[in-house]
Design a protein around this ligand. Structure first.
Ligand SMILES: Cc1cc2nc3c(=O)[nH]c(=O)nc-3n(C[C@H](O)[C@H](O)[C@H](O)COP(=O)(O)O)c2cc1C
Length: 196
């Protein structure tokens, strides 16, 4: 049975099209919140770091990733000065880290165990994996920057499940259910080897 239309306040009716015209910020958040992401903590030497869902693989050759810090981020200028960063992919047991690094100020690293990446950025204990990068390019993008990073080292991957962020809440995957069809479709895609 299909999911019922959203009944959340400020949400547009999802069984029809949103009206044309200026984009309402609440509607933007509501609709874009339906795009589920993982959660990373982007760190750099200092140490400094912030929680970031706007992270993605970008290119295999050369190996590039991207992340998008807000122009108000206090961590971004530290990363820009250092010229490198490490993206820590959080597990579903690391919500507390997402909360801690999702707020500004204070000593975010107090009591948080970490070891330095090859470039000296914190690798948080227990992270699902990590990606060490140098800053390749920075683009202005509205109230954020779009930062591309060249991958210089990759962490080991550990068993565990990712922390997800969906509709403004943390979520976790349930390996016992879900749309396996989507995976089959992806694997059957003729150009699958072109993508990651
Ligand atoms: C789950 C989650 C995802 C977030 N994703 C982003 C993001 O993609 N970009 C961003 O600029 N801030 C994001 N934030 C907000 C920042 O982590 C937050 O503004 C933090 O205070 C920034 O710290 P800083 O000012 O020390 O850099 C996210 C927060 C959480 C909890």
């Amino acid at each position: 049975m299909p999911d019922p239309p959203s009944t959340e306040p400020n949400g547009p009716a999802l069984d029809g099209h949103a009206p044309a015209g200026p984009v309402d910020p609440d509607a933007f958040r509501h609709v874009l919140g339906h795009f589920c992401t993982g959660v990373t903590v982007i760190t750099t030497a200092g140490p400094a770091g912030f929680a970031c869902q706007a992270f993605a693989a970008l290119s295999l050759s050369p190996p590039l990733v991207l992340f998008c810090p807000s122009k108000t981020s206090a961590t971004w200028p530290v990363i820009e000065r250092a010229g490198h960063f490490c993206a820590n992919v959080l597990t579903d047991g690391q919500q507390e880290l997402a909360r801690r690094f999702g707020s500004s100020g204070g000593d975010k690293f107090a009591g948080v165990p970490w070891t330095p990446s090859p470039r000296g950025a914190p690798v948080l204990d227990g992270a699902l994996t990590w990606i060490d990068c140098t800053v390749e390019a920075v683009h202005e993008a509205g109230d954020h920057y779009l930062v591309t990073g060249r991958v210089t080292a990759l962490g080991a991957t550990r068993a565990g499940r990712p922390l997800l962020f969906y509709r403004g809440r943390y979520a976790a995957t349930d390996p016992g259910s879900g749309p396996t069809e989507v995976v089959d479709t992806l694997l059957a895609w003729p150009h699958h080897s072109d993508w990651i």
